[in-house]
Design a protein around this ligand. Sequence first.
Ligand code: NHR
Ligand code: GAR
Length: 215
Amino acid sequence: MTETQQKTSVVVLVSGSGTNLQALIDATANGAPFEIRGVISNRPGVRGLERATTADIPTRVIDHTEFPDRASFDAALAEAIDAFTPDLIVLAGFMRILTQAFVDRFAGRMLNIHPSLLPAFQGLHTHRRALEAGMREHGASVHFVTAELDGGPVIAQARVAVEQNDSESSLAVRVLQREHELLPKVVGWFAGGRLALRDERVWFDGQALETPIQC
Ligand code: NHR
Ligand code: GAR
């Protein structure tokens, strides 16, 4: 990237502690090819908002409980995002299901990090469900967001071995550590122009991915 080129601008959506947001902030402080233009939370007062403020990143709260339905919440969220004119939207621990209209508006430029080896364990409580299913391997995935919940094409995954004595929280901690490497890496690829969503597939360096990249 030359000096005169703008960095890829990112808006991060959070709902909670924001440790994945922190990993992105730390990456930008270490020369990553993207900048975080804004952080938006659907919940007031969460740690993710504090992390943004500490890093001098503008924040917005769009509290979903103040809207009568998903469509009106999503319209307000889209407006808040557009005010930052980002190249990319990253869902980092964002906990609201998004409508088809919202997803279509940002098609091909919205990523989510999900705490499972997709397509296994879409939805919530993934660590508990992986343990209950007796999985020996678990992990996290970054995918393009489509209307199908956690069903968009997967870009990359990080795998974690499940230990005999793992609890939901011990497993979550190890997966989260890997998320913190995985997410900045994939966002960096997008910023470098290496990633695209086309024909419902992930393209990486000009080739359609057959399987997710293993990180
Ligand atoms: N929206 C669409 N259209 N497609 C995806 O792939 C999405 C999405 C919105 C969020 C993140 C996802 C995850 O990684 C995500 C992917 C929330 C729920 C959920 O059930 C499920 C999956 C994800 C995020 N949310 C409840 C709801 O009614 C609320 C739960 C809560 O507030 O705690 O929206 O796991
Ligand atoms: C992460 O494990 C993320 O993958 C997961 O929530 C955690 C958020 O942590 N996301 C979801 O479950 C989305 N429904 P963080 O707020 O510390 O980044």
